[in-house]
Design a protein around this ligand. Structure first.
Ligand code: NDP
Length: 293
């Protein structure tokens, strides 16, 4: 294998420094106001992947000096009971961010649950009010993963005005908000999906290529424009040697790294940015609720 020519975008290090600056700001708020931001994470059922995410979120929240509340419920919890819990947290002045870990059990309507969260405490940025504010250039809360991608892109590229950006994937949690953020940066944005014709040709036009698909190594080296910045959001668990498994992205990394100008690895790229941006959103929510912003 030839050495990759692309600059490696170190999301792990960027996220660590972001968490550090958030912790410093939380310390300042505590000194000035005698209070800290509070984040409540709600989990229903015992999905093992969700369990790991929820524990990591709670740990990193506490490490930043924020108040962390974890509420875990049996999979049999009714939607009414979950909505009541959200109503309580909406009214709790010590809580500034509310996150409901997805997926929820099939008998609970996730859209209704998300819509019940106060938009200014919706630190996942999934509430329709926040999606609308993002689309109209208003001041809402932005979904954490695309926000993390944006911070990495700004760090690598600075001004993105006029660049061609291609986002592969159109989900409400990654693809669509990512496209909106890139549009706000004055990129020319194309959103591709499973019905897109000649995806390789579309990708080859991209100065910025964001892959958020969920298909291991789907984007090949010869789909990348030389010098492009590649952000790989995909997290796919695949079989590895010795009966083990490992994580891989949506981009064929070794191939792409020979062509791209800069690229995020998986793991260690976008992944660590998501929780760091959740903490950033909690700080933002706190500032707005307390009129500090
Ligand atoms: P979804 O399954 O909701 O969306 C996937 C998107 O990819 C859809 O828009 C789909 O198109 C599109 N797609 C599927 N197959 C193809 C194809 N062959 N060609 C082009 N487009 C295709 O996934 P998410 O957006 O939730 O997540 C995407 C990936 O990002 C996953 O691997 C997920 O694990 C990862 N992820 C990582 C996070 C992180 O913290 N790093 C956070 C969130 C997600 P269509 O709409 O037409 O079906």
């Amino acid at each position: 294998m030839t050495d990759p020519s692309a600059r490696l975008i170190d999301g792990k290090a960027f996220a660590a420094s972001l968490r550090q600056s958030i912790a410093t700001e939380v310390g300042r708020l505590k000194d000035r106001l005698g209070t800290v931001p509070g984040l409540a994470v709600l989990m229903v059922g015992d999905d093992p992947a969700s369990d790991v995410y929820v524990r990591n979120k709670a740990r990193q929240t506490a490490e930043c000096g924020m108040k962390s509340v974890e509420r875990r419920f049996a999979a049999s919890l009714t939607e009414t009971d979950l909505l009541e819990e959200i109503a309580r947290l909406n009214d709790d002045p010590t809580i500034h961010g509310i996150l409901v870990q997805l997926p929820l059990p099939a008998h609970i309507n996730a859209d209704r649950v998300i819509a019940a969260i106060r938009p200014d405490k919706d630190v996942d940025g999934f509430h329709p009010v926040n999606a609308g504010l993002l689309a109209t250039g208003g001041k809402g809360l932005v979904p954490c993963t695309p926000l993390g991608c944006l911070l990495l892109l700004r760090d690598v590229l600075g001004d993105m005005t006029g660049l061609q950006a291609v986002v592969v994937g159109r989900s409400n949690i990654v693809g669509k908000p990512m496209a909106q953020l890139l549009l706000q940066e004055s990129c020319t944005v194309t959103v591709a999906h499973s019905r897109t014709r000649d995806l390789p040709a579309i990708c080859r036009q991209a100065d910025i290529l964001v892959a958020a698909v969920g298909r291991p190594a789907m984007i090949r080296g010869d789909w990348i424009k030389p010098g492009a910045t590649v952000i790989d959001v995909g997290i796919n668990r695949i079989a590895a040697e010795g009966g083990k498994t490992r994580l891989t992205g949506d981009v064929a990394f070794d191939e792409a790294a020979r062509v791209a100008g800069a690229i995020t690895p998986v793991p260690g790229g976008v992944g660590p940015m998501t929780i760091a941006c959740l903490l950033r959103n909690t700080l933002t929510a706190f500032a707005r609720i307390n009129n500090q912003d």
